[in-house]
Structure formats: structure tokens, C-alpha cells
Ligand binder design. Structure first.
Ligand code: FEO
Length: 408
């Protein structure tokens, strides 16, 4: 049975949600699954904007058939070729042999790479800024390369003032029936997951996100339809646009301290917890502490994009940095995280290497400002180091609480 919903008089959501999926991209844990959005616009001509993941393919085909209500499909518009959105292209081609496939040069290259579908004679290649008229609906294609793959484009429906934004503005979290952002408590249900999604999936491409936002800044947009998560409108749409402006410029979203530690026997953790105690005593309110061996790296990455100050603490292992910590810092570097105040605590019992290694990795990232010297622990924190740790906490606290460095 179809599960569809009109988002305007002519446009119907025909997507689906997968709450069984445990790992997005076989990597990112999902507590509440993920949704795959697709939209059918019915005018003099009909156009389907993107398809869905194969896990919801059966539901999707039922939805399209119901939404078409006996009509045929004239166009399949492909904004993004990642398989979570294009797994049903071959089925659509088979069901609607007269449908033209709309994409750009890179789209068609990727169709060839991923699938063995013969699309000869049924492609409509568009260039950046080109339009396609369906009747009263005119669709404009706006290239948004590297948000999140090179072939990505947005589609703007000037009639309904809708921006179909591919992965941009998407979030983890399955379909609940509340399709629109203002039907949900978006802040409570989705904002943290939207940040985790952005930081881990698109975070590397801040420059490209800014470029795409600049290209769409003059459009009258009443609704944003991302490929994952609720359809955005109203206050939540404005809020997420503001968040994207901050995230994509690598500005911290909030002043606060994220402490990330590795600890085998609790000694490094003990120093971190004492440091957090001092920070709280100094009036720092926004503090998060994560154990790299327990908390998934995607959550750490999300909060690294969120907070202004980061503390990394780790023991030495195999004469090098503890592997799980090395992976987290490498991931932050790969995602281009920058412009943060950082502090480092290293631990080592006979050949300490962790502190130096972390400081070195962070110094190779852009605009990472080290607060204090690398704080070295030999096996366990000693009473005589207490005041030095207090001093470090004081330096971090005064930097966090300084009023002349409000985040953007
Ligand atoms: Fe949801 Fe980049 O695919």
C-alpha cells in the first residue's frame, strides 16, 4: 500500500524510511534509521526528483505508481548519484521506457560506472543554470559540486519556491509520519543528528557548501527538500541555514569545551576528569567528555564542529599515540576541522610519545591554537602536578569565557 504525502498541490513525497539500518554508509551508527526522500511533480509533464535506496525500493515503486495515478513519467531528475539515492534508476527506466533522464555530464558518467543500464537516446544533459519547463513549473538546475560528490546539483522549482537540495540540509533519523520540520520538535529530534550528518558526511567540503549557498542566496525559497530527513520550512529552515553558514565556515557554534580521552587503566581519564572539574569550578558550563574507545567517532566529530575548545588526552601505546585517538584526530584533519583552541595531555610510563604526537598532528591542521604547553603525565597524575593542571584549566576557562571572541 502506498505511503505518500502532498507537499504542495502538485508535488508529492514518494520516499521511504529504513529504521532497520544500523550503520549508514556501513560506518555511522543510526539509532532511529534514516529516510530517503523522493518527490514527484505533476504538471503538463511529470518529473521525479531522485530515487531512493534499494532497501525501500518496493515501497517507493508503489508510491510512484499511486502518485502518478495512471499517468506516465516524463522525466527522472538525478541530483545525486550516491547509491542511497539512485539504486532504483534501472527499475524506473524499465517501468517508464519513455522517461528522459535529466542530469549533468558527471551524472551520466557515474550511471555508466555503477550500473549496466542502456540509457542511449534517453538522456537530457543540463548545464549549470539550465531550466526545464514542465508546464507552470519551471525547474532550474544549480550545480553544487562536492556537496557531497562532484556530480551533485540542486533543483529549484520556481513555481512552488522549493529547493531540492540533494544531501545538503539532510539528517539521520527515519520517517516518522511528520514529514515537515514544523510538525516536529526539530531541535529536540533532529538538530544533533543534522550536525552529526553534516560534520561527518559533508564537513570536509565547507568551501563548496559556502559556494552553493551563495548561488542560492537570491532565490525565494519557501521549502527545502533534502534527500534525508524532514522537509524544511519556517523557523527550522532558517535555523538550519544559519547553522550551515557556521558549520561550513568552521566557526565554532558554541563556546564550550570538548574533552576527548583515551585511557587504559583510568589514569589519563582521572587527569581529564580533574581538569573538567576545574573548568566547571571556573564557570565553564558547556562541557562534554568522551572516551574514544567508547563513544563513536562520528559523535566526537560532531561535537568538535560544535564547540570552541578541544582537549585531547591519551596514553602512549607501542611507543606511539594510542590508535583510537590517532584515528579520531586523523578524521578531524581529514574533515578539515580548523579554527579551534586546543590543549593536549599526554601520558607515558617509560617512553612518552602521545603528547608530542597529538600536538604535532594538531599543529598540521589549520588555525589550531594550542593553549598551554603539552601537559605530561608519567603513569598517573601526582599531587605536585595539581596546581599545574589548575593553571591549564584557568587558561582554558579564561579563553572560553572571554567576551571578545563570541562565535559567529
Ligand atoms: Fe545521501 Fe551522498 O548520499
Amino acid at each position: 500500500m502506498e505511503v505518500v504525502r502532498n507537499i504542495t498541490q502538485d508535488t508529492i513525497w514518494v520516499g521511504g524510511g529504513d529504521v532497520r539500518l544500523a550503520l549508514f554508509e556501513n560506518m555511522f551508527p543510526l539509532e532511529n534509521g534514516v529516510s530517503y526522500n523522493s518527490f514527484l511533480i505533476s504538471d503538463e509533464k511529470t518529473a521525479l526528483v531522485d530515487t531512493v535506496d534499494e532497501s525501500v525500493g518496493r515501497q517507493f515503486i508503489e508510491n510512484i505508481k499511486a502518485a502518478l495515478n495512471g499517468r506516465t513519467l516524463n522525466y527522472l531528475i538525478i541530483n545525486h548519484m550516491e547509491p542511497d539515492h539512485c539504486a532504483n534508476i534501472d527499475e524506473i527506466c524499465r517501468l517508464f521506457p519513455e522517461a528522459q533522464i535529466v542530469g549533468n555530464k558527471k551524472t551520466f558518467q557515474m550511471i555508466e560506472q555503477f550500473y549496466d543500464i542502456d540509457i542511449t537516446g534517453r538522456t537530457l544533459e543540463v548545464k549549470d543554470g539550465d531550466s526545464l519547463t514542465l508546464g507552470v513549473h519551471t525547474l532550474r538546475f544549480i550545480f553544487a559540486p562536492m556537496v557531497h560528490w562532484p556530480e551533485v546539483m540542486f533543483t529549484y522549482d520556481a513555481y512552488d519556491k522549493i529547493l531540492f537540495s540533494a544531501d545538503a540540509f539532510g539528517t539521520f533519523g527515519g520517517y516518522t509520519g511528520n514529514l515537515f520540520s514544523d510538525e516536529t520538535d526539530y531541535e529536540e529530534l533532529y538538530l544533533n543528528e543534522a550536525r552529526r550528518y553534516y560534520a561527518n558526511i559533508v564537513g570536509k567540503y565547507g568551501v563548496q557548501v559556502q559556494a552553493a549557498m551563495k548561488k542560492t542566496a537570491d532565490l525565494d525559497i519557501q521549502m527545502i527538500c533534502p534527500l534525508h530527513g524532514p522537509v524544511l520550512r519556517g523557523a527550522q529552515m532558517s535555523e538550519l541555514l544559519d547553522k550551515y553558514a557556521v558549520w561550513s565556515s568552521y566557526q565554532p557554534e558554541e563556546r564550550g569545551v570538548l574533552l576527548v580521552y583515551a585511557s587504559m587503566y583510568g589514569n589519563t581519564e582521572n587527569a581529564v576528569r580533574l581538569l573538567a572539574n576545574f573548568l566547571a569550578g571556573n564557570g565553564v558550563k558547556n562541557i562534554r567528555i568522551y572516551d574514544v574507545s567508547k563513544t563513536h567517532f562520528s559523535t566526537i566529530v560532531a561535537d568538535a564542529f560544535r564547540f570552541s575548545h578541544l582537549v585531547f588526552a591519551s596514553p602512549t601505546y607501542n611507543l606511539k599515540l594510542y590508535g583510537a585517538m590517532e584515528n579520531v584526530i586523523k578524521d578531524l584533519a581529514a574533515l578539515n576541522l580548523q579554527n579551534r583552541d586546543v590543549s593536549v595531555l599526554g601520558n607515558g610510563s617509560w617512553a612518552p610519545a602521545a603528547g608530542k604526537a597529538m600536538a604535532c598532528m594538531l599543529s598540521e591542521m589549520k588555525d589550531m591554537r594550542l593553549i598551554g604547553d603539552v601537559f605530561e603525565i608519567k603513569s598517573a597524575l601526582k599531587k605536585e602536578q595539581y596546581s599545574a593542571l589548575e593553571d591549564l584549566a584557568e587558561s582554558i576557562s579564561s579563553s572560553v569565557l572571554s567576551v571578545d571572541r563570541e562565535p559567529a
